[in-house]
Write a protein that binds this ligand. Structure first.
Ligand SMILES: NC(=O)c1ccc[n+]([C@@H]2O[C@H](COP(=O)([O-])OP(=O)(O)OC[C@H]3O[C@@H](n4cnc5c(N)ncnc54)[C@H](O)[C@@H]3O)[C@@H](O)[C@H]2O)c1
Ligand SMILES: O=C(O)C[C@H](O)C(=O)O
Length: 483
């Protein structure tokens, strides 16, 4: 794929020049000739003789940005000032802050929110631990936990480098579900250590969102934490992705008028995302799924199947296909890729069944260029924001957690995930549905509430009657007033 100018590589360039010259058209002409795109021009200072402007330019990458700047240096009448990378500017000082909900103006406030008042609240919680949900941040707070071992598609870059991503996830929790999420980047690599650290911090939180932890460790870490903690533990790269894929597939199959129970699905990738997608596809009724990984198609005769691969071989591949991914996609109705960049070509997509569906979701480079895929497939989706049909787990995790927290759920089930997938799909109405609109934008106001309501309702059904948080209704207990 040829990189296009985008906001993620935008720069702001300070430029000074004579006020009456043709400098502005020279500048914009030079930028456009170099393939950049001017999106804003702000006058920073102006006088009768000279003016200073900040010009914002979209570029296609770091080297491209540098070549645009070099070209501007060549305009004689223009003086170049500082050049700022807008992505780095947006990260200066981090993306989050903690704010007090109660004003602290004088001694009265201190006595209420801190000592001595707080001591009675401490005793109340020690006596009735469930009161922590009413009297602390616990009820609306989620930990976003990583060890930095599988950051986006970048690999194992460690906990410190993972912090901007975890801050970003926390910001998305707040923006889309009004959940207070906090980034926790653990300097730990052993499964036992990670489990122990998450358990140790769990008292503060109503849920744990695991992020960017590499497979296969992520499976054991999640399984153990789900068993050992009484709050939901959700590995977003697995289940958030699975919800979005099943949701998008439901609508894509409506477009191509095929049935999930009979379509032939090829899933490329048997890691964190692939394994969870497979589970949820099975739960949604898919029967003919062939999974391939870096060593080719997974089947029970393949040597050295380890980890979850024997399970995958046992529940997939009903027609006993062997060989490569390319062999598997021939005549397939659906391709779902959560594996690696550019592993399919145009001929592979052309060899799929009529009215095929391609979800090429490897980030940042998909399994096949979506423009090429669209020459043969009827519905194409990617993980990217610069193409139609972006499948990203931000469509799921804020609403899923909102629903789990509101139901005070202790865990989640496949039925809750399926309910979330259905609700997300239904945000796109039959009148709106078309090959380029199978999945809504996260900025569609109905997304989070639809997912949250579906998860909460399903959670309540599965949990029976759930205590509701009654808020500030005073009750006399043991001579003390508990709010
Ligand atoms: N768009 C989204 O919302 C979204 C969500 C989750 C993951 N992803 C993307 O999916 C990819 C996989 O993520 P993951 O967390 O499951 O990673 P993972 O490392 O857990 O699993 C990767 C899988 O891909 C297979 N693979 C690697 N190279 C391959 C190749 N050349 N040919 C065929 N298979 C190959 C591996 O064998 C493994 O099964 C990444 O690119 C990630 O960015 C996208
Ligand atoms: O987490 C995301 O936003 C994307 C996805 O999990 C990925 O690994 O690319």
């Amino acid at each position: 794929m040829t990189p296009q100018p985008s906001v993620s590589y935008s720069i702001t360039i300070r430029l000074e020049f004579a006020a009456n010259s043709a400098a502005i058209s020279d500048i914009t002409g030079t930028i456009e000739k170099m393939g950049g795109s001017v999106t804003a021009l702000d006058v920073n200072a102006s006088g009768p003789e000279r003016m200073r402007v900040d010009m914002t330019v979209l570029t296609a990458g770091h080297d491209h940005a540098m070549s645009v700047v070099e070209a501007l240096k060549g305009i004689e009448s223009v003086e170049l000032g500082k050049v700022s990378d807008r992505t780095f500017l947006a990260h200066l000082g981090g993306k989050l802050e903690v704010k007090s909900k109660h004003p602290i103006r004088h001694r009265d406030d201190l006595s209420l929110v801190y000592t001595p008042g707080v001591a009675r609240v401490v005793k109340a919680i020690a006596e009735t631990p469930s009161d922590a949900r009413r009297l602390t941040i616990k009820r609306n707070t989620v930990a976003v936990v990583t060890d930095g071992s599988a950051i986006l598609g970048l690999g194992d870059l460690g906990p410190l480098a993972a912090l901007p991503v975890m801050e970003g996830k926390a910001a998305l929790f707040k923006r889309f579900a009004d959940i207070d999420a906090f980034p926790i980047c653990l300097d730990a690599t052993e499964v036992d250590d990670i489990v122990a650290h998450v358990k140790a911090i769990a008292p503060v939180f109503a849920g744990i969102n695991l992020e960017d932890i590499s497979a296969p460790r992520c499976f054991e870490i999640e399984d153990r934490l789900r068993q050992e903690l009484d709050i939901p533990v959700f590995h977003d790269d697995q289940h958030g992705t699975a919800v979005c894929v099943v949701s998008a597939l439901r609508n894509a199959l409506r477009v191509v008028e095929k049935d999930i129970r009979t379509v032939r699905i090829v899933l490329s990738g048997a890691g964190a995302a692939g394994t969870a997608i497979l589970r949820l596809l099975k739960a949604a009724g898919a029967e003919d799924i062939v999974v391939a990984d870096i060593d080719g198609v997974i089947h029970s005769g393949r040597k050295n199947l380890t980890g979850r691969l024997p399970w995958i071989a046992g529940v997939t591949n009903p027609r006993g296909i062997t060989g490569t991914l390319k062999d598997a996609v021939k005549d397939a109705d659906v391709f779902i890729g959560v594996s690696a960049a550019n592993i399919l070509d145009e001929d592979d997509i052309a060899a799929m069944a009529d009215r095929s569906v391609v979800f090429a979701m490897a980030n940042p480079e998909p399994e096949i260029d979506p423009v090429i895929a669209a020459r043969h497939a009827e519905v194409v989706a990617t993980g990217r924001s610069d193409f139609a049909n972006q499948i990203n787990n931000v469509l799921a995790f804020p609403g899923v957690f909102r629903g789990l927290l509101d139901a005070r759920a202790k865990n989640f089930s496949d039925r809750m995930l399926l309910a979330a997938a259905e609700a997300l799909a239904d945000v796109v109405s039959p009148e709106e549905l078309n090959p380029n609109y199978i999945i809504p934008s996260v900025f569609n106001e109905r997304v989070t509430s639809a997912v949250a309501d579906a998860v909460e309702q399903q959670a309540r059904e599965e949990m029976g009657t759930v205590d509701t948080i009654t808020g500030a209704i005073p009750a006399i207990k043991g001579g003390e007033i508990h709010l």
